[in-house]
Design a protein around this ligand. Structure first.
Ligand code: FAD
Length: 384
């Protein structure tokens, strides 16, 4: 579906809607979903942001029967429900376990990257009907169907996936969770050819699933990436490679898109490393935050295969972007900023080396600084 098609569908959706806000939201999203289910084009992620824009526009148009424009002219936030999801003092943990998993349903699977991205990443919306609440930064476990090849007769092991939505989900009603999943494909190192028998079990199950398919979920799990909210004015430096951006999408929707009681007034700074422009994830949402909240959001991208060079003339990786802004980052950390790392394990050594080098250049001991950051609970790492 092209961007303009998404726009016109969105207009059509709310030009005929009436009734209360919740049913209005549902009708908009249902209409958009039914369109995007069948077209795994990369315009889908645009459609996703268009839905948000549409919703905001629709909120202004509830009393009219025809509302043609879907342009975002106000930075008003989207209402979310049920607000009781704000009440618990502790995050939900392991409500469902591998032996008693929850059967959820796939709502949609959309390719989240452009045609020139190496590999495929999908944005997957899962309907849990409000039964599997979670907080931003947590993960779900997924048990793919079939038999564990290492334990005949037993189910597959659980695979963890960071949740890429807020607790209210992409439809703002607390009934869905979204995942950002990269399809694990195996290439024979000698022939360079794909060997489907060795492709990743769970990521391929998820990326191939269809709306309505059942899915076994465990969790939610994880506390290390929870967004500390005691200080609304805090600084959050978020570093991701690829699908590592998932928890940050949740944070940023909570900070900038949703009308939640905890109003964010601090600074969120996202560093995202991917191969090229087509591999950028949720770029339209992030770009919009930059436009609407320039005082509170910064966004730096490292595109390793797109020609931009680091200061040593090598490829631009996320650690090179960090180095570029290291003075500011160190000052922010000294002032209590939280720093988060999420993505492939391989990202950490390069980043740690860079931070150590910068610390030494500043005459500081990185080991001492890291100990202090950990002690102060400013240091959050989830790599896989
Ligand atoms: P598996 O079947 O487990 O295979 C693993 C790898 O081995 C694959 O690359 C596969 O191609 C290869 N392989 C299989 N058979 C062979 C063989 N015979 N010889 C050689 N190689 C072989 N992933 C995401 O995409 N998004 C996320 O947000 C995300 N969040 C995570 C959060 C946490 C906390 C953790 C721990 C992991 C997260 N992951 C995430 C990774 C995810 O859990 C899975 O590990 C990943 O999807 C691969 O699982 P799979 O079942 O597809 O692959």
């Amino acid at each position: 579906m092209s961007h303009s098609a998404a726009v016109s569908q969105a207009s059509a959706a709310f030009s005929v809607s009436s009734g209360n806000e919740r049913s209005l939201k549902r009708s908009i999203f249902k209409q958009n979903n039914s369109i995007s289910f069948n077209s795994k084009s990369w315009a889908s992620s645009l459609a996703l942001s268009q839905r948000t824009t549409s919703l905001r526009e629709a909120k202004r148009c509830t009393n009219t029967t025809i509302c043609m424009s879907v342009q975002q002219t106000s930075s008003s936030k989207v209402a979310v429900t049920p607000l009781e999801l704000e009440d618990p003092k502790e995050p939900p943990l392991n409500l469902y376990k591998p032996k008693s998993s929850y059967t959820a349903k796939i709502v949609s699977v959309e390719r989240a990257v452009g045609p020139n991205a190496p590999g495929e990443t999908c944005h997957i919306v899962i309907d849990h009907d409000g039964n599997l609440p979670y907080w931003e930064g947590q993960s779900y476990g997924v048990i793919p169907p079939g038999e564990n090849p290492k334990k005949p007769g037993a189910p597959h092991n659980v695979r963890l996936y960071s949740i890429a939505s807020t607790r209210y989900g992409d439809f703002f009603d607390g009934k869905t969770a979204s995942l950002c999943v990269r399809r694990a494909v195996y290439y024979d190192p000698e022939t360079g050819k794909e060997d489907p028998s060795k492709n990743g079990v769970c990521s391929n199950f998820l990326c191939d699933s269809k709306p309505g398919d059942k899915i076994q979920i465990t969790g939610p799990s994880g506390k290390v990436m929870l967004l500390p909210e005691n200080d609304p004015n805090a600084t959050h430096i978020m570093i991701a490679t690829g699908t590592g951006v998932a928890p940050y999408r949740g944070y940023l929707r909570r900070m900038f898109m949703e009308n939640v009681p905890n109003k964010f007034t601090g600074l969120a700074w996202l560093f995202l490393g991917v191969a090229n422009t087509d591999s950028l994830l949720y770029d339209d949402e992030f770009t919009k935050y930059l436009k609407d909240h320039p005082e509170n959001f910064r966004f730096d991208k490292a595109l390793s295969r797109e020609g931009e060079k680091n200061k040593r003339g090598g490829k631009m990786y996320v650690q090179d972007k960090i180095e570029e802004y290291s003075d500011e980052i160190f000052k922010l950390l000294d002032n209590g900023a939280h720093i988060y790392f999420c993505g492939l394990k391989g990202m950490m050594p390069g980043i740690q080396d860079t931070l150590k080098r910068v610390a030494e250049e500043r005459g500081e001991s990185w080991e001492l600084k890291l100990t202090q950051l950990r002690k102060n609970k400013q240091w959050h790492v989830e790599v896989y």
